[in-house]
Design a protein around this ligand. Structure first.
Ligand SMILES: [Zn+2]
Length: 368
């Protein structure tokens, strides 16, 4: 695998991930964008929940569901210049032009301290776009395992590098797919956010893990994987490296977690055999999910992993896994988080997890 790092005309970084056999990437961004066209937003502290809210008003102007002819992630061609100067590519990662978090300024915010009311902080961090393929109509489901493995190389490279930036506390590798969940670009892509704090959901997992430790119970995440394996009811697939199941307390109509069998706390810890096995399975899973309703399934998918610059307890309690959720509950119905879910965070699930697991398992068997 070869990484080529270059700069777009406004100074943002662009990286290509290629097989060694492919020609060198030498194309130059000829759009002549103004340097520093991105601006840093601010973050406000919600004193009621202890959570940080990024206020990114400058993002309103971003492009919304462009046609293939105007797609910023399609490769460039004469007369049609995009974010990716090459005429073809395998996997490309670049800094988002409309970032919610940006490391441009020098000030690193202290997110551990409760600020005075009205004292906002720079939305420090980084937001990157991962273009999975140069095929506008593709998706994870259409990638072969060699191509998927370049996507994974990009995830691992970015986890390592962004996790080393001072002030970054969590590197979140994720994908939103489907207009039904607010995706503004159809081109197959994921994102990476490097947050200046440990985001609430990850912090909640770590708090539960610390509580298990304090109570003298077995390590939370390893124990959970063991319990799902022993029960077997919700497993949709497993091999010697990974186990995929619908979680016991799933909150969305379709929800799958994929855990490594062996303790790994970060994408950077995976062995070549673990990577290879994941890259064979994951596109198959997406293909199976797409055939549940004869229409591509809207989903959100993202990795929980060890925080960057982890404390001793965070390093002890972190265990890598992928969490994937869909809001589709029937061919023509979406689960919309309403009052209980949105205002109170109290989820009511419409689909029993065992039924969802059975459907996914059966579909997976018939599509692979
Ligand atoms: Zn495109």
């Amino acid at each position: 695998m070869r990484i080529t790092s270059t700069r777009l005309s406004d100074g943002r970084e662009l990286r290509y991930y290629d097989e060694d056999s492919l020609p060198e990437r030498t194309a130059v961004d000829e759009r002549g964008l103004e340097p520093g066209s991105t601006e840093q937003g601010r973050m406000r502290f919600d004193a009621l929940t202890g959570e940080w809210i990024a206020i990114a008003g400058h993002r309103q102007g971003r492009i919304f569901l462009p046609s293939a002819a105007e797609c910023p992630l399609c490769p460039s061609s004469p007369g049609k210049l995009s974010e990716i100067p090459e005429e073809s590519y395998r996997v490309a990662v670049f800094e988002n032009r409309f970032p919610s978090f940006q490391s441009g300024g020098t000030e690193i915010p202290d997110t551990d301290r409760v600020p005075a009311w009205g004292e906002d902080l720079p939305a420090y961090g980084r937001c990157e776009v991962v273009a999975f393929s140069d095929d506008h109509t593709g998706s994870i489901a259409s990638l072969d395992s060699a191509h998927m493995s370049l996507v994974m190389d990009a995830w691992i490279d970015r986890t390592r590098e962004l996790g080393e930036l001072p002030g970054v506390r969590f590197v979140f590798v994720f994908e939103n797919r489907g207009a039904e969940i607010g995706v503004t670009l159809h081109h197959p892509h994921g994102q990476i956010y490097a947050y200046p704090y440990v985001p609430p959901w990850a912090r909640g997992v770590l708090e539960q893990a610390a509580r298990a430790d304090l109570d003298g119970r077995p390590p939370l995440l390893a124990d959970l994987v063991e319990a799902e394996r022993a029960s077997g009811e919700r497993i949709v697939w497993q091999d010697e490296h990974w186990i995929a199941f619908v979680p016991y307390a799933a909150r969305w109509p379709f929800e799958v977690q994929i855990h490594p069998v062996t303790d790994r706390s970060s994408l950077t810890d995976l062995t070549p055999a673990e990577r290879e096995s994941f890259c064979r399975f994951y596109p198959l899973l997406v293909r199976a999910l797409d055939s549940l309703f004869d229409a591509s399934l809207p989903y959100m998918s993202g990795w929980f992993q060890r925080p960057a610059h982890a404390t001793e307890a965070e390093a002890r309690d972190s265990r890598l896994f992928l969490r994937m959720v869909s809001n589709r509950r029937a061919a023509d119905k979406l689960k919309v988080p309403a009052g209980s879910e949105t205002l109170m965070g109290a989820f009511i699930s419409d689909v029993p997890p065992e039924q969802a697991a059975e459907r996914i398992r059966t579909t997976l068997e018939s599509t692979s």
